[in-house]
Design a protein around this ligand. Structure first.
Ligand SMILES: Cc1cc2nc3c(=O)[nH]c(=O)nc-3n(C[C@H](O)[C@H](O)[C@H](O)COP(=O)(O)OP(=O)(O)OC[C@H]3O[C@@H](n4cnc5c(N)ncnc54)[C@H](O)[C@@H]3O)c2cc1C
Length: 475
C-alpha cells in the first residue's frame, strides 16, 4: 500500500507561471506547496523601493497587455482579490524626432489617421486582429491545442505574423511612423528584426494595445503576485519564500513537481531524474539577448519635447524604424549599439501611487549580448536626452542592473536573458523540446511550467496554466 504524499503538488519558483500553475491545481482541489528562493513571491512581478523610500519600482515587468488578454488571467479574474489595473490615455508612444511621434491610441482609426499612406494597412491588419483579439490570443497563447483554437483567426495572424519585420516594412508599409511603430513593437522579441515571426510579436502587442490597452497594476506589478498568492491561500495552498531548491530529491513527497525554471536550472536540480536523451536536448537550449536596465526616481515627469508623450505609460525610444532595426541587429551580432533601442516605462502616468506626490518612477532598458558586462547607462540616458532634453536635471536617484545583477535578482534570467531562452522560430517550435505536451518530461511526476515552455516569455500565466492542465489530465 502506498503512503499518502505530504502534498499533492510542489511548485518550485513563484513567478507568474509558477503561481498560475499553483492556483490552477489548488482550484482543482489539490494541496499545493510553492517554494521560492527569493524573500518575496512573484519572480518577474516584484516591486521594490530600488532608489529612495516611497519610490516603488517594478524590478521587471510593468506593462500588462498579455495579462489583460490571457485566458489564464481572465479565468482567474484577480480583480476579485483586490487587483486594480490602471490605463494611461495612450497605451504606447514612439518619438521619431523632437517634434514628430507615432502615437498608438486605444482607437484604431485615430491611430491610423496619423499614419499617412499606411492608414489603410494599419486599419485593416492591426485593426482586424484587434477586433478578433480573443480568437487571436487563444490561438497564439495555446498553439498546440487540438482541435486548434480559432483556426481562422490564427491563420490570419500567421499569414502576416510569420514574416520578418524588415520584409513587412520594405514591402507593405510605406512611411516611417507605421514602420517605426511596428519595429518598436516587434523588438520586444529581442531578436534581429530580419528573423521570421518578429512581425507576429509586433502585431500581437499592437493589436492588444487597441483591444485591451497596456495597463499597469496599481501599486506595482507585485499586486498581481499578491493577488495570486491570496487566491492560492484561499484554496489552502502555501508559499514558502527564502527556500531555494537545489535538488528535487529534497522536496516533500508529492504526486507532481512543477518547475518554474529554465532548462539549465532544470538540469541542475532534477537532471538525475531525467534520461540522457532528454538531458542532452535541454543542454542544447539557447539563451537569448540580455537586458540592461536603469531605474530612476525623478522629481517630476520626463520633459518630452513632444508634450503628447506625457500621456503614454510605455514608450519605444530609438528614433526611426531603421535605427530600431540597426540596434537590434547589432545586439544579435554580439555588439553593443551606440544608440540602443529602449523600452521606457513611466508608469506613474497611469498610477501616481508609485511615488510621492508630484514625483515619478521611470525605468528604461535596452538589449545587450548575453552575459554582457558593458555599462550601457550613458547610452540609455543619451537616447532619452534626444527626445526629452534636459531630463537629467530631474533625477533624484538611479539604480542600475546589468545582466549579472538581473540574474542575481532572479536565477531564471540566465546571462541576463529575461525571456527564459531565445524566442526565435526554432525555439518556439520546440520549447523546450519538440513535443505535443512540452510541459511534461519523461519523468511522469516532473513537469515544467516556466516561460521556457510554450507559449514563451511575458506575464500571461499560460505556461503555468497549460502545465497544470497537463498534470491534471495525467492524474
Ligand atoms: C526588466 C524586465 C522587464 C519586463 N517587462 C515586462 C513587461 O512589461 N510585461 C511582460 O509581460 N513581461 C515583462 N517581462 C518579462 C516577465 O517578467 C517574464 O516573462 C515572466 O516573469 C516569466 O515568468 P515565469 O513564471 O516563467 O518566471 P519568473 O517570473 O522568472 O519566476 C521564476 C521564479 O523562480 C524562482 N527560482 C529560480 N530558481 C529557483 C530555485 N532553485 N528554487 C526556488 N525558486 C527558484 C525565482 O526566484 C523566481 O521567483 C520583463 C522582464 C524583465 C526582467
Amino acid at each position: 500500500m502506498s503512503s499518502r504524499p505530504d502534498v499533492d503538488a510542489v511548485v518550485v519558483g513563484s513567478g507568474p507561471n509558477g503561481l498560475v500553475a499553483a492556483v490552477t491545481l489548488a482550484e482543482a482541489g489539490w494541496r499545493v506547496l510553492v517554494l521560492e528562493a527569493a524573500d518575496r513571491p512573484g519572480g518577474g512581478l516584484r516591486t521594490e523601493e530600488l532608489t529612495l523610500p516611497g519610490f516603488r519600482h517594478d524590478v521587471c515587468s510593468t506593462a500588462h497587455p498579455l495579462a489583460m488578454a490571457s485566458p489564464a488571467f481572465r479565468a482567474l479574474n484577480l480583480q476579485r482579490d483586490g487587483l486594480r489595473l490602471a490605463h494611461s490615455q495612450l497605451p504606447l508612444a514612439h518619438p521619431l524626432s523632437r517634434t514628430e511621434s507615432a502615437l498608438l491610441y486605444r482607437d484604431v482609426e485615430r491611430t491610423a489617421a496619423d499614419l499617412g499612406r499606411d492608414r489603410a494597412a494599419w486599419s485593416s491588419v492591426v485593426g482586424g486582429l484587434a477586433r478578433h483579439w480573443r480568437s487571436m490570443v487563444e490561438g497564439v497563447l495555446d498553439p498546440l491545442a487540438l482541435p486548434p483554437r480559432a483556426p481562422l483567426a490564427t491563420a490570419a495572424f500567421g499569414a502576416a505574423g510569420l514574416w520578418p519585420t524588415t520584409a513587412v516594412n520594405r514591402i507593405v508599409l510605406r512611411d516611417n511612423p507605421a514602420r517605426a511603430l511596428l519595429a518598436g513593437l516587434a523588438a520586444h522579441a529581442s531578436l534581429d528584426l530580419a528573423e521570421p515571426l518578429t512581425t507576429g510579436v509586433g502585431l500581437l502587442l499592437g493589436a492588444l494595445a487597441h483591444a485591451v490597452g497596456w495597463p499597469v497594476a496599481v501599486g506595482g506589478s507585485q499586486a498581481i503576485a499578491d493577488a495570486l498568492v491570496a487566491r492560492l491561500r484561499a484554496h489552502g495552498g502555501e508559499v514558502v519564500t527564502g527556500n531555494r531548491v537545489d535538488d528535487v530529491a529534497t522536496l516533500p513527497s508529492a504526486r507532481a513537481v512543477l518547475l518554474d525554471l529554465t532548462p539549465r536550472q532544470v538540469l541542475d536540480v532534477a537532471g538525475h531524474r531525467l534520461p540522457p536523451a532528454y538531458r542532452r536536448r535541454l543542454a542544447r537550449w539557447r539563451y537569448g539577448s540580455a537586458a540592461f536596465k536603469v531605474d530612476l526616481a525623478l522629481d517630476g515627469p520626463l520633459p518630452w519635447a513632444d508634450e503628447r508623450l506625457a500621456s503614454a505609460a510605455t514608450l519605444h525610444v530609438v528614433g526611426s524604424a531603421a535605427e530600431a532595426v540597426h540596434a537590434e541587429r547589432e545586439v544579435a551580432r554580439g555588439r553593443h549599439p551606440e544608440r540602443p533601442y529602449l523600452i521606457v516605462s513611466q508608469a506613474c502616468v497611469a498610477d501616481p501611487s508609485r511615488a510621492p506626490e508630484g514625483k515619478h518612477t521611470v525605468w528604461a532598458y535596452c538589449h545587450v549580448p548575453p552575459g554582457s558586462t558593458v555599462d550601457m547607462t550613458e547610452r540609455i540616458e543619451a537616447q532619452i536626452e534626444r527626445f526629452a532634453p534636459g531630463w537629467r536635471e530631474r533625477v533624484l536617484a538611479r539604480h542600475v542592473m546589468g545582466p549579472a545583477d538581473l540574474e542575481r535578482h532572479n536565477p531564471n534570467y540566465v546571462g541576463g536573458d529575461i525571456a527564459g531562452g531565445a524566442s526565435d522560430w526554432r525555439q518556439l517550435a520546440a520549447r523546450p523540446v519538440p513535443s505535443r505536451t512540452p510541459w511534461a518530461t519523461p519523468d511522469p511526476r516532473l513537469f515544467l511550467c516556466s516561460s521556457s515552455t510554450l507559449p514563451g516569455g511575458g506575464v500571461h500565466g499560460m505556461c503555468g496554466r497549460l502545465a497544470a492542465q497537463t498534470v491534471l489530465r495525467r492524474h
